[in-house]
Design a protein around this ligand. Structure first.
Ligand SMILES: *Cc1c(COP(=O)(O)O)cnc(C)c1O
Length: 452
Protein backbone atom coordinates (compact mmCIF):
# COMPACT_ATOMS: atom_id res chain seq x y z
CA UNK A 1 0.00 0.00 0.00
CA UNK A 2 1.31 3.42 -0.90
CA UNK A 3 1.62 5.51 2.19
CA UNK A 4 2.69 8.81 0.63
CA UNK A 5 1.29 9.84 -2.75
CA UNK A 6 3.32 12.50 -4.52
CA UNK A 7 2.96 14.62 -7.67
CA UNK A 8 5.83 16.01 -9.70
CA UNK A 9 6.26 19.78 -10.16
CA UNK A 10 5.06 19.33 -13.73
CA UNK A 11 1.78 17.90 -12.40
CA UNK A 12 1.06 20.96 -10.26
CA UNK A 13 -2.30 22.54 -11.27
CA UNK A 14 -2.07 25.59 -13.55
CA UNK A 15 -5.43 27.13 -12.63
CA UNK A 16 -7.34 27.99 -9.50
CA UNK A 17 -10.97 26.84 -9.43
CA UNK A 18 -13.60 29.55 -8.92
CA UNK A 19 -16.72 27.97 -7.43
CA UNK A 20 -18.74 31.15 -8.13
CA UNK A 21 -19.10 29.88 -11.71
CA UNK A 22 -20.95 26.75 -10.56
CA UNK A 23 -22.99 27.92 -7.56
CA UNK A 24 -26.73 27.52 -8.14
CA UNK A 25 -27.32 30.66 -6.02
CA UNK A 26 -24.60 33.29 -6.08
CA UNK A 27 -23.75 35.01 -2.77
CA UNK A 28 -25.69 38.18 -1.96
CA UNK A 29 -23.69 41.36 -2.67
CA UNK A 30 -21.62 43.19 -0.04
CA UNK A 31 -23.39 46.39 1.06
CA UNK A 32 -22.24 49.89 1.94
CA UNK A 33 -22.90 50.24 5.69
CA UNK A 34 -24.30 53.77 5.30
CA UNK A 35 -26.49 53.54 2.20
CA UNK A 36 -27.11 49.77 2.41
CA UNK A 37 -26.61 49.70 -1.38
CA UNK A 38 -24.38 47.09 -3.05
CA UNK A 39 -20.82 48.37 -3.23
CA UNK A 40 -18.88 48.58 -6.47
CA UNK A 41 -15.32 47.31 -6.92
CA UNK A 42 -14.05 50.94 -6.70
CA UNK A 43 -14.88 51.01 -2.98
CA UNK A 44 -12.32 48.28 -2.39
CA UNK A 45 -9.60 50.02 -4.43
CA UNK A 46 -7.91 51.79 -1.48
CA UNK A 47 -7.42 48.40 0.20
CA UNK A 48 -6.68 45.84 -2.52
CA UNK A 49 -4.83 45.76 -5.84
CA UNK A 50 -7.11 45.80 -8.90
CA UNK A 51 -6.33 42.24 -9.95
CA UNK A 52 -7.51 40.84 -6.60
CA UNK A 53 -10.67 42.97 -6.74
CA UNK A 54 -11.37 41.49 -10.19
CA UNK A 55 -10.89 38.01 -8.78
CA UNK A 56 -13.19 38.85 -5.87
CA UNK A 57 -16.13 39.43 -8.22
CA UNK A 58 -15.11 37.08 -11.04
CA UNK A 59 -17.42 34.30 -12.20
CA UNK A 60 -14.83 32.73 -14.54
CA UNK A 61 -14.58 29.08 -13.68
CA UNK A 62 -10.78 28.83 -14.04
CA UNK A 63 -8.21 31.53 -13.22
CA UNK A 64 -4.62 31.00 -14.38
CA UNK A 65 -2.00 30.83 -11.62
CA UNK A 66 0.76 33.28 -12.65
CA UNK A 67 4.05 31.63 -13.56
CA UNK A 68 5.92 33.63 -10.87
CA UNK A 69 3.51 32.33 -8.21
CA UNK A 70 3.84 28.72 -9.40
CA UNK A 71 7.61 29.18 -9.25
CA UNK A 72 7.40 30.05 -5.50
CA UNK A 73 4.80 27.34 -4.87
CA UNK A 74 7.47 24.85 -5.99
CA UNK A 75 9.32 25.44 -2.70
CA UNK A 76 6.75 23.12 -1.07
CA UNK A 77 4.17 22.18 -3.72
CA UNK A 78 2.77 19.84 -4.80
CA UNK A 79 2.27 18.89 -1.14
CA UNK A 80 2.10 15.23 -0.13
CA UNK A 81 -1.10 13.27 0.35
CA UNK A 82 -0.86 10.45 2.88
CA UNK A 83 -2.84 7.32 3.55
CA UNK A 84 -3.23 7.38 7.36
CA UNK A 85 -2.16 3.77 7.72
CA UNK A 86 -1.21 4.17 11.39
CA UNK A 87 -4.45 5.90 12.38
CA UNK A 88 -6.58 3.32 10.54
CA UNK A 89 -4.78 0.59 12.46
CA UNK A 90 -5.15 2.37 15.80
CA UNK A 91 -8.89 2.79 15.21
CA UNK A 92 -9.25 -0.71 13.77
CA UNK A 93 -11.65 0.75 11.21
CA UNK A 94 -12.73 -0.50 7.79
CA UNK A 95 -12.67 3.16 6.67
CA UNK A 96 -9.84 4.37 4.44
CA UNK A 97 -8.40 7.62 5.74
CA UNK A 98 -6.31 10.01 3.65
CA UNK A 99 -4.90 13.39 4.57
CA UNK A 100 -3.46 16.22 2.54
CA UNK A 101 -0.53 17.76 4.41
CA UNK A 102 -0.12 21.54 4.10
CA UNK A 103 2.31 21.79 7.04
CA UNK A 104 5.24 21.39 4.60
CA UNK A 105 5.01 25.06 3.55
CA UNK A 106 7.65 27.49 4.92
CA UNK A 107 5.16 29.00 7.38
CA UNK A 108 3.83 25.57 8.34
CA UNK A 109 0.24 25.89 7.09
CA UNK A 110 -1.91 26.31 3.97
CA UNK A 111 -1.80 30.12 4.30
CA UNK A 112 1.19 30.75 1.99
CA UNK A 113 -0.95 29.49 -0.95
CA UNK A 114 -2.81 32.79 -0.90
CA UNK A 115 -0.10 34.94 0.74
CA UNK A 116 2.27 34.36 -2.18
CA UNK A 117 -0.45 35.11 -4.72
CA UNK A 118 -1.55 38.28 -2.90
CA UNK A 119 2.00 39.58 -2.46
CA UNK A 120 2.66 38.94 -6.16
CA UNK A 121 -0.36 40.97 -7.38
CA UNK A 122 0.49 43.80 -4.97
CA UNK A 123 4.09 43.86 -6.23
CA UNK A 124 2.85 43.92 -9.84
CA UNK A 125 0.84 47.06 -9.05
CA UNK A 126 3.70 48.86 -7.33
CA UNK A 127 2.50 48.53 -3.74
CA UNK A 128 5.29 49.26 -1.22
CA UNK A 129 3.75 47.99 2.01
CA UNK A 130 1.05 45.54 3.09
CA UNK A 131 -0.70 45.65 6.46
CA UNK A 132 -2.56 42.77 8.01
CA UNK A 133 -3.85 41.25 11.23
CA UNK A 134 -2.96 37.92 12.73
CA UNK A 135 -4.43 35.90 15.59
CA UNK A 136 -2.34 32.88 16.42
CA UNK A 137 0.33 34.13 14.01
CA UNK A 138 -0.05 31.75 11.10
CA UNK A 139 -1.40 34.27 8.63
CA UNK A 140 1.15 36.88 9.73
CA UNK A 141 4.00 34.40 9.23
CA UNK A 142 2.74 33.41 5.78
CA UNK A 143 2.34 37.00 4.61
CA UNK A 144 5.71 38.04 6.07
CA UNK A 145 7.38 35.24 4.09
CA UNK A 146 5.53 36.15 0.88
CA UNK A 147 6.19 39.90 1.17
CA UNK A 148 9.87 39.26 1.74
CA UNK A 149 10.05 37.26 -1.49
CA UNK A 150 8.48 40.05 -3.56
CA UNK A 151 10.32 42.92 -1.83
CA UNK A 152 7.30 44.43 -0.06
CA UNK A 153 7.29 45.78 3.52
CA UNK A 154 4.94 43.92 5.86
CA UNK A 155 3.28 45.36 8.99
CA UNK A 156 1.35 42.95 11.20
CA UNK A 157 -1.20 43.76 13.94
CA UNK A 158 -1.10 40.70 16.18
CA UNK A 159 -3.86 40.09 18.74
CA UNK A 160 -2.28 41.09 22.05
CA UNK A 161 -3.09 37.93 23.98
CA UNK A 162 -1.39 35.83 21.25
CA UNK A 163 1.51 38.27 21.00
CA UNK A 164 2.21 37.58 24.65
CA UNK A 165 1.45 33.84 24.55
CA UNK A 166 3.21 32.98 21.28
CA UNK A 167 6.52 34.82 21.18
CA UNK A 168 7.99 32.38 18.65
CA UNK A 169 5.43 33.20 15.97
CA UNK A 170 6.33 36.87 16.38
CA UNK A 171 10.03 36.11 16.07
CA UNK A 172 9.32 34.04 12.95
CA UNK A 173 7.63 37.09 11.40
CA UNK A 174 10.56 39.29 12.43
CA UNK A 175 12.92 36.77 10.86
CA UNK A 176 11.04 37.21 7.57
CA UNK A 177 11.55 40.96 7.97
CA UNK A 178 8.08 42.04 9.15
CA UNK A 179 7.18 44.67 11.75
CA UNK A 180 4.81 43.26 14.41
CA UNK A 181 2.59 45.23 16.85
CA UNK A 182 0.53 43.96 19.79
CA UNK A 183 -3.06 45.01 18.96
CA UNK A 184 -4.87 47.10 20.14
CA UNK A 185 -2.15 49.75 19.64
CA UNK A 186 -2.29 53.50 20.01
CA UNK A 187 -0.98 53.85 16.44
CA UNK A 188 -4.50 53.91 14.98
CA UNK A 189 -7.80 55.62 15.77
CA UNK A 190 -9.48 52.19 15.95
CA UNK A 191 -6.91 50.97 18.47
CA UNK A 192 -7.15 54.16 20.54
CA UNK A 193 -10.95 53.85 20.64
CA UNK A 194 -10.73 50.30 22.03
CA UNK A 195 -8.01 51.22 24.54
CA UNK A 196 -10.08 54.16 25.77
CA UNK A 197 -12.90 51.73 26.61
CA UNK A 198 -10.60 49.06 28.04
CA UNK A 199 -6.90 49.81 28.55
CA UNK A 200 -6.33 46.10 29.28
CA UNK A 201 -8.10 44.81 26.18
CA UNK A 202 -6.61 41.42 25.17
CA UNK A 203 -7.44 42.30 21.58
CA UNK A 204 -9.33 40.24 19.03
CA UNK A 205 -9.04 39.44 15.33
CA UNK A 206 -11.86 41.89 14.60
CA UNK A 207 -9.99 44.72 16.36
CA UNK A 208 -6.70 43.88 14.64
CA UNK A 209 -8.45 43.92 11.25
CA UNK A 210 -9.82 47.39 12.00
CA UNK A 211 -6.29 48.62 12.75
CA UNK A 212 -4.67 47.09 9.68
CA UNK A 213 -7.46 48.36 7.38
CA UNK A 214 -7.14 51.86 8.80
CA UNK A 215 -3.39 52.06 8.12
CA UNK A 216 -3.88 50.82 4.53
CA UNK A 217 -6.77 53.22 3.90
CA UNK A 218 -4.72 56.22 5.12
CA UNK A 219 -1.60 55.55 3.03
CA UNK A 220 -1.35 55.77 -0.75
CA UNK A 221 1.42 53.17 -1.21
CA UNK A 222 -0.01 50.73 1.35
CA UNK A 223 -2.60 47.99 0.83
CA UNK A 224 -4.22 45.47 3.10
CA UNK A 225 -4.34 41.69 2.86
CA UNK A 226 -6.79 39.23 4.41
CA UNK A 227 -5.87 35.59 5.02
CA UNK A 228 -9.35 34.06 4.85
CA UNK A 229 -13.07 34.76 4.29
CA UNK A 230 -12.89 36.66 0.96
CA UNK A 231 -13.69 34.99 -2.38
CA UNK A 232 -10.23 35.45 -3.90
CA UNK A 233 -8.55 33.97 -0.82
CA UNK A 234 -10.75 30.87 -0.95
CA UNK A 235 -10.01 30.51 -4.66
CA UNK A 236 -6.22 30.63 -4.18
CA UNK A 237 -6.50 27.70 -1.78
CA UNK A 238 -8.24 25.43 -4.32
CA UNK A 239 -4.86 24.16 -5.46
CA UNK A 240 -5.08 21.90 -2.35
CA UNK A 241 -8.17 20.01 -3.46
CA UNK A 242 -7.12 19.88 -7.11
CA UNK A 243 -3.83 18.26 -6.17
CA UNK A 244 -5.71 15.87 -3.86
CA UNK A 245 -7.97 14.75 -6.72
CA UNK A 246 -4.94 14.01 -8.92
CA UNK A 247 -3.21 12.16 -6.08
CA UNK A 248 -6.25 10.03 -5.29
CA UNK A 249 -6.68 9.26 -9.01
CA UNK A 250 -3.20 7.74 -8.89
CA UNK A 251 -4.40 5.17 -6.37
CA UNK A 252 -7.84 4.86 -7.99
CA UNK A 253 -9.76 6.37 -5.10
CA UNK A 254 -12.31 9.10 -4.46
CA UNK A 255 -13.52 10.20 -1.01
CA UNK A 256 -17.07 9.78 0.25
CA UNK A 257 -16.38 12.48 2.83
CA UNK A 258 -14.04 15.50 2.82
CA UNK A 259 -13.38 17.15 6.20
CA UNK A 260 -11.57 20.36 7.18
CA UNK A 261 -11.47 22.68 10.17
CA UNK A 262 -13.27 25.99 9.83
CA UNK A 263 -12.10 29.46 10.85
CA UNK A 264 -13.02 31.84 8.03
CA UNK A 265 -13.26 29.10 5.45
CA UNK A 266 -10.05 29.16 3.43
CA UNK A 267 -8.55 25.74 4.11
CA UNK A 268 -12.00 24.14 4.02
CA UNK A 269 -12.71 25.79 0.66
CA UNK A 270 -9.25 24.84 -0.54
CA UNK A 271 -9.75 21.14 -0.09
CA UNK A 272 -13.55 20.94 -0.52
CA UNK A 273 -14.41 23.18 -3.50
CA UNK A 274 -12.65 21.04 -6.15
CA UNK A 275 -14.62 18.03 -4.83
CA UNK A 276 -17.85 20.07 -4.88
CA UNK A 277 -17.01 20.72 -8.54
CA UNK A 278 -17.18 16.96 -9.08
CA UNK A 279 -20.62 17.04 -7.45
CA UNK A 280 -21.71 19.88 -9.76
CA UNK A 281 -20.11 18.61 -12.97
CA UNK A 282 -20.26 14.85 -12.64
CA UNK A 283 -23.15 14.27 -10.26
CA UNK A 284 -20.92 12.85 -7.52
CA UNK A 285 -22.29 12.92 -3.97
CA UNK A 286 -19.23 13.76 -1.90
CA UNK A 287 -20.09 15.10 1.57
CA UNK A 288 -17.99 18.11 2.58
CA UNK A 289 -17.94 18.81 6.32
CA UNK A 290 -16.61 22.01 7.94
CA UNK A 291 -15.67 21.58 11.61
CA UNK A 292 -15.72 24.49 14.05
CA UNK A 293 -15.13 24.81 17.81
CA UNK A 294 -18.16 24.55 20.11
CA UNK A 295 -17.02 27.84 21.65
CA UNK A 296 -17.26 29.76 18.35
CA UNK A 297 -20.12 28.04 16.52
CA UNK A 298 -21.09 30.44 13.74
CA UNK A 299 -21.98 27.79 11.17
CA UNK A 300 -23.93 25.50 13.48
CA UNK A 301 -25.54 28.08 15.81
CA UNK A 302 -25.01 31.48 14.18
CA UNK A 303 -27.53 33.20 11.95
CA UNK A 304 -27.39 34.08 8.24
CA UNK A 305 -27.35 37.90 8.36
CA UNK A 306 -25.51 40.93 7.09
CA UNK A 307 -22.62 41.77 9.41
CA UNK A 308 -19.28 43.54 9.48
CA UNK A 309 -16.11 41.54 8.92
CA UNK A 310 -14.34 43.46 11.72
CA UNK A 311 -15.21 44.72 15.20
CA UNK A 312 -15.14 48.47 14.72
CA UNK A 313 -17.27 48.33 11.56
CA UNK A 314 -14.89 49.51 8.83
CA UNK A 315 -15.56 46.75 6.29
CA UNK A 316 -18.57 46.54 3.97
CA UNK A 317 -21.57 44.59 5.28
CA UNK A 318 -21.19 40.97 4.24
CA UNK A 319 -23.91 38.31 4.00
CA UNK A 320 -22.83 35.48 6.25
CA UNK A 321 -23.45 33.06 9.07
CA UNK A 322 -22.32 35.10 12.04
CA UNK A 323 -22.38 35.28 15.82
CA UNK A 324 -22.27 39.09 15.59
CA UNK A 325 -19.14 41.16 15.11
CA UNK A 326 -19.00 42.01 18.83
CA UNK A 327 -18.86 38.33 19.79
CA UNK A 328 -15.64 37.56 21.65
CA UNK A 329 -15.05 33.79 21.79
CA UNK A 330 -13.52 32.25 24.89
CA UNK A 331 -9.73 31.98 24.58
CA UNK A 332 -9.50 28.44 23.16
CA UNK A 333 -6.21 27.13 21.88
CA UNK A 334 -7.16 26.95 18.22
CA UNK A 335 -6.58 30.67 17.64
CA UNK A 336 -7.24 30.37 13.91
CA UNK A 337 -10.85 29.35 14.54
CA UNK A 338 -11.85 32.27 16.76
CA UNK A 339 -13.56 34.38 14.10
CA UNK A 340 -17.17 35.54 14.47
CA UNK A 341 -18.28 34.96 10.88
CA UNK A 342 -17.85 32.94 7.71
CA UNK A 343 -17.22 33.89 4.08
CA UNK A 344 -20.14 34.83 1.81
CA UNK A 345 -19.59 31.86 -0.53
CA UNK A 346 -19.37 29.33 2.29
CA UNK A 347 -22.44 30.82 3.96
CA UNK A 348 -24.48 30.54 0.75
CA UNK A 349 -23.33 26.94 0.17
CA UNK A 350 -24.34 26.02 3.73
CA UNK A 351 -27.70 27.78 3.38
CA UNK A 352 -28.33 25.81 0.18
CA UNK A 353 -27.46 22.51 1.87
CA UNK A 354 -24.47 21.85 -0.40
CA UNK A 355 -22.01 21.54 2.50
CA UNK A 356 -22.36 20.43 6.14
CA UNK A 357 -21.07 21.84 9.42
CA UNK A 358 -20.29 20.29 12.82
CA UNK A 359 -18.82 21.58 16.05
CA UNK A 360 -16.41 19.86 18.44
CA UNK A 361 -15.34 20.38 22.05
CA UNK A 362 -11.79 21.29 22.88
CA UNK A 363 -10.86 18.21 24.92
CA UNK A 364 -12.23 15.79 22.31
CA UNK A 365 -10.33 17.79 19.69
CA UNK A 366 -6.99 17.44 21.46
CA UNK A 367 -7.62 13.79 22.30
CA UNK A 368 -8.04 13.25 18.54
CA UNK A 369 -4.86 15.21 17.82
CA UNK A 370 -2.91 13.11 20.33
CA UNK A 371 -4.10 9.88 18.70
CA UNK A 372 -3.08 11.20 15.31
CA UNK A 373 0.35 12.35 16.51
CA UNK A 374 1.04 8.97 18.07
CA UNK A 375 -0.15 7.02 15.04
CA UNK A 376 1.22 9.19 12.23
CA UNK A 377 4.09 11.11 13.83
CA UNK A 378 3.08 14.57 12.67
CA UNK A 379 1.88 16.96 15.39
CA UNK A 380 -1.19 18.67 13.96
CA UNK A 381 -2.05 22.33 14.41
CA UNK A 382 -4.80 22.66 17.06
CA UNK A 383 -7.14 23.88 14.30
CA UNK A 384 -6.57 20.68 12.30
CA UNK A 385 -7.43 18.60 15.37
CA UNK A 386 -11.05 19.70 14.95
CA UNK A 387 -11.17 17.93 11.59
CA UNK A 388 -9.42 14.90 13.04
CA UNK A 389 -12.07 14.61 15.79
CA UNK A 390 -14.78 14.40 13.11
CA UNK A 391 -12.70 11.97 11.02
CA UNK A 392 -12.30 9.64 14.00
CA UNK A 393 -16.04 9.77 14.73
CA UNK A 394 -16.81 8.94 11.08
CA UNK A 395 -14.27 6.10 11.08
CA UNK A 396 -15.81 4.68 14.27
CA UNK A 397 -19.26 4.93 12.72
CA UNK A 398 -17.97 2.97 9.72
CA UNK A 399 -16.70 0.30 12.10
CA UNK A 400 -20.05 0.02 13.92
CA UNK A 401 -21.89 -0.18 10.61
CA UNK A 402 -19.33 -2.63 9.23
CA UNK A 403 -19.05 -0.48 6.12
CA UNK A 404 -16.06 0.71 4.19
CA UNK A 405 -15.89 4.45 3.59
CA UNK A 406 -13.21 6.72 2.19
CA UNK A 407 -12.43 9.85 4.18
CA UNK A 408 -10.11 12.68 3.20
CA UNK A 409 -9.18 15.50 5.54
CA UNK A 410 -7.03 18.59 5.37
CA UNK A 411 -4.07 18.51 7.74
CA UNK A 412 -3.82 22.24 7.16
CA UNK A 413 -0.78 22.86 9.36
CA UNK A 414 1.66 21.42 11.86
CA UNK A 415 1.48 22.26 15.54
CA UNK A 416 5.17 22.66 16.27
CA UNK A 417 4.64 26.22 17.54
CA UNK A 418 1.63 25.17 19.61
CA UNK A 419 3.25 23.21 22.40
CA UNK A 420 1.60 25.35 25.09
CA UNK A 421 -1.76 24.13 23.78
CA UNK A 422 -0.68 20.49 23.97
CA UNK A 423 0.82 21.14 27.39
CA UNK A 424 -2.52 22.53 28.59
CA UNK A 425 -4.28 19.41 27.32
CA UNK A 426 -1.72 17.03 28.83
CA UNK A 427 -1.94 18.70 32.23
CA UNK A 428 -5.74 18.62 32.20
CA UNK A 429 -6.13 22.39 32.02
CA UNK A 430 -8.30 22.61 28.91
CA UNK A 431 -11.93 23.51 29.51
CA UNK A 432 -14.84 22.60 27.24
CA UNK A 433 -16.55 25.92 26.84
CA UNK A 434 -19.98 26.12 25.30
CA UNK A 435 -21.65 29.39 24.44
CA UNK A 436 -25.15 29.79 25.87
CA UNK A 437 -28.13 30.48 23.60
CA UNK A 438 -28.67 33.74 25.51
CA UNK A 439 -25.11 34.91 24.74
CA UNK A 440 -25.62 34.24 21.03
CA UNK A 441 -29.02 35.95 21.02
CA UNK A 442 -27.65 39.02 22.77
CA UNK A 443 -24.75 39.31 20.34
CA UNK A 444 -27.04 38.89 17.30
CA UNK A 445 -29.50 41.45 18.68
CA UNK A 446 -26.72 44.03 18.46
CA UNK A 447 -26.44 43.58 14.69
CA UNK A 448 -30.19 43.58 14.01
CA UNK A 449 -30.15 47.30 13.06
CA UNK A 450 -27.68 46.54 10.25
CA UNK A 451 -30.20 44.48 8.29
CA UNK A 452 -31.75 45.79 5.07
C1 LIG B 1 -5.62 30.19 9.78
C2 LIG B 1 -5.74 28.77 10.00
C3 LIG B 1 -6.99 28.13 10.09
C4 LIG B 1 -8.29 28.85 10.01
O1 LIG B 1 -8.53 29.61 8.87
P1 LIG B 1 -9.33 29.10 7.60
O2 LIG B 1 -9.38 30.27 6.72
O3 LIG B 1 -10.68 28.66 8.05
O4 LIG B 1 -8.56 27.99 7.01
C5 LIG B 1 -7.00 26.77 10.30
N1 LIG B 1 -5.87 26.06 10.41
C6 LIG B 1 -4.65 26.64 10.31
C7 LIG B 1 -3.45 25.78 10.46
C8 LIG B 1 -4.55 28.00 10.10
O5 LIG B 1 -3.34 28.56 9.99
Amino acid sequence: MERKILLSEAEMPEFWYNIMADMPNKPLPPLHPGTKEPIGPEMLAPLFPMELIKQEVSTDKWVAIPEAVREIYKIWRPSPLYRAVGLEKLLDTPAKIYYKYEGVSPAGSHKPNTAVAQAYYNAQEGVKKITTETGAGQWGSALSFACQIFGIECEVFMVKVSYNQKPYRKILMNTYGAKVHASPTNLTEAGKQILAQDPNSPGSLGIAISEAVEVAAMNEDTKYALGSVLNHVLMHQTIIGQESIKQLEKVGDLPDIVVAPFGGGSNFAGIAFPFLRLNFDEGKKIRCIAVEPASCPKLTRGKFMYDFGDTVGMTPLLPMYTLGHNFVPSPIHAGGLRYHGAGAIISQLLKDGLIEAQSQYQNEVFEAGMKFAKAEGIIPAPEANHAIATVIQEAEKAKQEGKSKTILFNLCGHGNFDMTAYEAYLSGKLVDHEVTAAEIEASLAEIAPLQV
